[in-house]
Design a protein around this ligand. Structure first.
Ligand SMILES: N[C@@H](CCC(=O)N[C@@H](CS)C(=O)NCC(=O)O)C(=O)O
Length: 216
């Protein structure tokens, strides 16, 4: 399998960590997000959405990070990170769909304002953050309730759903996500951050030093 990715982006961090969790190996095809490689015609042949990541395995050309995680788990047959039980699978599908339809956007506003804007020499727009905060809090309350009394979202162990839902908040400290009111989320993200697959996919070493300095 060949994975097209830039390790610094949210959805690429998701697949790098998730494919590691399920034990799926692949060949690296590294692209530069800030360099705009994903918008070039040759990559659009792979993903017409011009978005990272994408995976090619023989005649299968796959985009959508959560589909890539399901495929990796099916390919390796990892029944711990992707249990066979129908109800657990439905729950995993639910959280992964919630992530890409709601939670990603809920967290992305903070990533753009507090991480991407400073990198691009623009200042965070507090009015945008203030207007968005109720949306974030509504979504965070749903995740907080989903984690009540549980260590992991869908099973007694981490599954691909935990990796998918953690990804949009992967830089939560520099994103400045307002997590003070959500102890279950804080405890859970700390557990995710303790996973070897999460530590192995740390994007920070891949961020050029001159860009990192702008976040200090
Ligand atoms: N739903 C897609 C979203 C992919 C996506 O938005 N990727 C971002 C990087 S995290 C991207 O490449 N965006 C294109 C751009 O900003 O021009 C997935 O989960 O794979």
């Amino acid at each position: 399998m060949k994975l097209y990715y830039d390790p610094i982006t949210v959805n690429c961090r998701k697949v790098v960590a998730g494919l590691d969790l399920v034990g799926a190996g692949y060949e690296d095809e590294l692209l530069s997000y800030f360099g705009g490689d994903h918008k070039k015609p040759e990559f659009r042949q792979v993903n017409p959405n011009a978005e990272l990541p994408a995976l090619v395995d023989g005649d299968l050309v796959l985009w959508e990070s959560n589909a890539i995680l399901v495929y990796g788990a099916e390919k390796t047959g990892n029944r711990t990170a992707y249990p066979a039980d129908a109800k657990i699978r439905a729950d995993i599908a639910r959280w992964m769909l919630w992530e890409c339809s709601k939670w990603f956007d809920g967290c992305y506003v903070y990533l753009v304002q507090n991480v991407v804007n400073p990198i691009l020499d623009s200042t965070p727009d507090q009015a945008v953050l203030d207007a968005h905060e109720p949306v974030f809090r509504g979504l965070a309350s749903i995740l907080e309730a989903g984690l009540e009394g549980r260590e992991w979202l869908c099973a007694d162990n981490p599954t691909i759903a935990d990796i998918a839902v953690a990804a949009p908040m992967h830089l939560h400290a520099v994103q400045k996500l307002p997590l003070d009111d959500y102890p279950n989320i804080r405890g859970w993200i700390a557990r995710v951050e303790g996973l070897p697959c999460w530590q192995n996919s740390d994007p920070v070493p891949h961020i050029p030093a001159e860009l990192l300095a702008k976040l200090a």
